[in-house]
Design a protein around this ligand. Structure first.
Ligand code: AMP
Length: 220
């Protein structure tokens, strides 16, 4: 897809990623006039006529970047690992921004003896949005599972007998606690990464470079 008038497009999701990206943009002299939490606009212009932001669902960020509808974007490692074409092809090597940190973990209902069940070779029903990461994790452990794909509120699944365990993001642990669940295994730590469309980097490097440099500071 051809870039319109050399305007760079950065794809972001609302919430924590947006909030934690602002300091990088401020460092690059960028001011955003709208607040995505209150505005219904999906395209946000900035004080820099060469940069605009698009607000998309977190799991759609890699897709916008992959097809070149966004030149670059910020998405969690969890999202990138689930994305079909990652890590090959159209997305340029991600830069770890060390923001929106959390972990991907296995959790069960308080009282469910997960480790004993695993030791006994029981077949577990696992509900998650993160099917790729969950499948890989349990395959590595040699645990047989039936995966149940959910799109949200994973915490409910063990409470109503849909699943024995869930694989979900845990940040403070408050959501697990509030739902009488406990974390039994950490799968990986998660932070957000900058992904860049390969063609944009090639064709638009001059414009992209100053932004990439500001983001690259996060890795130092
Ligand atoms: P917490 O109660 O702070 O442990 O947060 C857990 C809830 O927030 C779960 O429903 C997670 O799916 C969600 N969550 C936590 N961290 C993130 C993140 N970095 N990105 C998206 N969702 C998250």
């Amino acid at each position: 897809m051809k870039n319109v008038n050399n305007i760079l497009t950065l794809a972001l999701s609302k919430g924590r990623i947006f909030k934690e990206t602002i300091p990088f943009l401020t460092d690059a002299g960028v001011i955003i006039h709208d607040d995505p939490e209150t505005s219904r606009k999906l395209i946000l212009n900035t004080n820099n006529p060469k940069l605009r932001l698009i607000i998309v669902r977190a799991s759609d960020v890699p897709t916008y970047v992959q097809y070149g509808a966004a030149d670059f974007g910020i998405a969690g490692k969890d999202v990138l690992l689930e994305h079909e074409s990652y890590p090959s092809g159209t997305l340029y090597q991600p830069i770890d921004l060390n923001i929106a940190k959390c972990k991907l973990a296995v959790a069960v209902k308080n009282g469910f003896n997960y480790h004993e069940m695993v030791k006994q070779g029981a077949r577990l029903r696992v509900a998650t949005k993160y099917t790729k990461s969950a499948r890989e994790h349990f395959a590595k452990k040699g645990v047989y599972i039936d995966l149940i794909k959910l799109y949200g509120s994973m915490e409910l699944a063990p409470l109503v007998g849909l699943a024995d365990a869930i694989v979900d993001l845990v940040s403070t642990g408050n959501t697990l606690k509030a739902n009488n669940l406990i974390e039994v295994e950490e799968i990986m730590t998660v932070s957000s990464r900058l992904v860049v469309n390969r063609a944009s980097l090639k064709n638009n490097e001059k414009h992209l470079r100053p932004f990439l440099e500001v983001f690259a500071k996060a890795t130092i």
